[in-house]
Design a protein around this ligand. Structure first.
Ligand code: ADE
Length: 253
């Protein structure tokens, strides 16, 4: 059976997934530990990418070239940009763009030079399946996450959003900066620091990928408040539950 990679940006997220790994084995490339094994009876590899576009690109290239995975799912947190994208919601990316890519006037703003495009689509079937698993898990977020944690973060009825996710090598933590991104890219739902780099590498390799993000903040002046606690108490739990539910029902061979 073909192997699926599940990539986390942060230790806390990987830590939540590792207990689900059966028959674990390890391999190391370029200072990264790749945790191979089975999850829900399917071959997987779990790995920490580290934070930022270069870390994500290196990890994706190693997964595709050294570990020879068939598909990559990147999980983690993101700042909400779109109206109605609230803390505790989940975003499944349908397209990804590097918001800090700017080789203008040589190339249009955001376009990755010599590729002719700024937006890289995620794999439709993989994203559909993750979106379905997300809806299933959000329906009983109360039991999965716990009323107390949800109330703590002001989360009421978490929603799924699907569309454009933008990535750049900065944690967006001021209202003017997120306002500027909204103005330049009005359809952007969320901002994070890795997804579009993964997308570019997967496009080079012709490999299917998807990006799943829990909204941890609104990319404004309070974006850093409670960030680590949110990752541990909410985002990591969502990721674990959604990935397990998706793998359980996955239709790929
Ligand atoms: N990941 C989670 N929140 C983020 C933010 N505000 N900016 C960039 N990456 C993020």
């Amino acid at each position: 059976m073909s192997r699926t990679a599940i990539v986390s940006a942060m230790h806390e997220e990987l830590r939540a997934l590792l207990p689900l790994l059966e028959r674990p084995q390890q391999a190391e490339f370029a200072g990264r530990r790749f945790h191979l094994g089975q999850m829900m009876g399917r071959p997987v590899v779990l790995v920490l990418s580290g934070i930022g576009k270069v870390a994500a690109a290196t990890t994706a290239a190693l997964l595709l070239h050294e570990v020879e995975v068939e598909r990559i799912v990147f999980t983690g947190a993101a700042g909400g940009l779109g109206a109605g994208v609230r803390v505790g919601d989940v975003v499944v990316a349908r397209e990804l763009l590097q918001h800090d890519m700017d080789a203008s006037p040589l190339f249009p703003r955001f376009e990755v030079p010599l590729t002719g495009r700024a937006r890289f689509p995620s794999d439709p079937a993989l994203s559909d399946a993750l979106a379905a698993a997300t809806l299933h898990c959000l329906n009983d977020a109360r039991t999965r996450i716990g009323e107390a944690h949800l109330a703590d973060f002001g989360i009421d009825s978490p929603l799924l959003h699907e569309g454009l996710v933008i990535s750049g090598d900065r944690f967006v933590a001021t209202a003017p900066e997120s306002e500027q991104l909204r103005k330049l890219l009005p359809d952007a739902l969320a901002v994070e620091m890795e997804g579009a780099a993964l997308a570019q590498v997967c496009a080079d390799f012709g490999a299917p990928f998807a990006v799943l993000r829990t909204i941890s903040d609104r990319a404004d002046d309070s974006a850093h408040v409670d960030f680590s606690r949110f990752i541990v108490e909410v985002a990591s739990v969502y990721t674990r539950e959604i990935v397990a539910s998706w793998l359980e029902g996955a239709s790929f061979a």
